[in-house]
Write a protein that binds this ligand. Structure first.
Ligand SMILES: C[S@@+](CC[C@H](N)C(=O)[O-])C[C@H]1O[C@@H](n2cnc3c(N)ncnc32)[C@H](O)[C@@H]1O
Length: 259
């Protein structure tokens, strides 16, 4: 039987074979690899296989997962605004219809889905199982159905041309391989789909995280290019635009996969 425990056909993120469903796991029939399903969430990468910044941030987000949502709400309040207002600045650019397949790469605790149109067919991937556990809790509470999988943005377990909308907010600055993550987002998007990528600008990282003694070591600038990753897009993307929001704290790159 082909895999569909989450409503989308899943493939091996490393070999691209379509996975089959076993009891509590997904099977790659070509090489016998099994990906276990933990609390309803297929796990494509365990911590022992992670490296570099992906490992560092997966651990970090696992640790803070229970406080992440509250910290966003409080941060917006301290800046004199609301989470809804800030998120609307970029989420309103997404072109979501009632039958759209929508993927959020790095869904975190699923806070963006609370502010997106319902119904639609939502899926989310994140590297942190702790964040996904919170996402599952929130989605149940908000009564929003969504497929969740654990894995890295650089190797998505979805088939080519699956999603009408693909978006990412807040993690790409420190991915192991931003260019590869962008190509994966493009691969799984249907031709003509809009793709949105937003993250904090370099000045926020320098003026906030770099100055805070709790986050200083985590957010190192020296070996990092924190510019808008427009230069990493493959040739041929359409309608490429860069916008800045929230007093230049957030950059937002949008583009369209060619039809
Ligand atoms: C700042 S949070 C943003 C969460 C959510 N997108 C939001 O806007 O609230 C960044 C997320 O990126 C995830 N992340 C970091 N590196 C990743 C990678 N290489 N692949 C997938 N997710 C990753 C983290 O686990 C974390 O949940």
């Amino acid at each position: 039987m082909k895999s569909d425990p989450v409503g989308f056909v899943l493939q091996d993120p490393y070999t691209r074979e379509t996975l089959e469903t076993g009891r509590g796991y997904l099977l790659n029939p070509a090489n016998g690899n099994r990906y276990y399903i933990n609390s309803g969430i297929p796990v494509f990468m365990t911590e022992d296989a992670m490296t570099g910044d992906n490992l560092k941030y997966s651990r970090f987000y696992d640790r803070i997962s229970r406080f992440y949502r509250a910290s966003t709400v409080v941060y917006c309040w301290l800046k004199g605004t609301t989470e809804k207002k800030v998120k609307s600045l970029y989420l309103d650019l997404l072109e979501i219809q009632s039958n759209s397949n929508v993927l959020e790469v790095s869904i975190g605790s699923a806070d963006n889905l609370k502010h997106l149109p319902q119904p639609a067919n939502y899926a989310g991937i994140d590297i942190s199982f702790g964040m996904l556990t919170m996402a599952k809790k929130h989605l149940k509470h908000w009564n929003i159905p969504a497929a969740l999988v654990q894995g890295e943005a650089e190797n998505l377990p979805f088939q080519d041309n699956t999603f009408d909308v693909v978006f990412h907010v807040g993690g790409i600055n420190y991915f192991n391989d931003k260019g590869r993550a962008l190509s994966e987002m493009i691969r799984v998007a249907k031709p003509g789909s809009k793709i949105l990528v937003a993250d904090e600008t370099e000045s926020v990282v320098a003026n906030t995280y770099q100055k805070n003694p709790f986050t200083r070591n985590l957010y190192q600038l020296a070996d990092r290019d924190l510019s808008v990753p427009v230069h990493l897009l493959p040739p041929g993307m359409k309608e490429t635009e860069v916008r800045y929001f929230f007093d230049q704290r957030i950059y937002c790159l949008t583009f369209r996969k060619p039809s």
